[in-house]
Design a protein around this ligand. Sequence first.
Ligand code: OAA
Ligand code: MG
Length: 233
Amino acid sequence: MENNIGFRIIPRSQRPDLQLIEQFRNVVTPHLSDNMNRIFASCSQLKPYHAGGRLVGTALTVKTRPGDNLMIHKAIEMALPGEVIVVDGDGDLTNSLIGEIMTRLAEQKGVAGFVLNGAIRDSGAIAGRNFPVYARGITHRGPYKDGPGEINVPVSIGGMIVNPGDIIVGDEDGLVAVPVQHAELILGKARQMQQIEDKIIATLEQGENINRDWIDEFLKQKGCQLNDTNAMN
Ligand SMILES: O=C([O-])CC(=O)C(=O)O
Ligand SMILES: [Mg+2]
């Protein structure tokens, strides 16, 4: 078939192991992002609009013409249970890309949630339910349904590159995309970080001190003039 770049649907590649994806429910985005050197995270303008609950699943990506949701409708039809529909609408907020009906349709199909570099509408209804929806803004102005767009291509979501099949994790702090080939390693490191932080928090809860010597050591190393910081002038 003739190549029609900008208006095409690319076949899905193999999906990662579902058990591996499920394990991402137990880690938080700060630990995932720290262990990918704070690079693979979306900007803070993309926020959760649903009532609550984490987003975990594999990316079914959509690149759409700003303000047009034809290819998002197609993605809902194509989606497999557990997929996250990740839409690059170029960050445009002129027209919404989805609303309550599309979220309900997607949820019925077992879609894990939406991530939209664009706007939503019916935000009151979305805010009243736990189906995960991350977006950049809200407008009542409705979408066009004309195309073009692409499905299953790399997209950019608030500065974060998402490849089809990436593991998407969203919580109150935002969104990260974990490349599947590094998923096990990153998961392990995030768990280790959680254990270290759990210990620090337990120590603080017991009213005990934690070692803070590193601060002065580092300041000295940087050449900071410390004097006696406990002395009064
Ligand atoms: O009209 C649309 O395509 C978007 C919308 O409001 C809905 O899904 O409820
Ligand atoms: Mg609607």
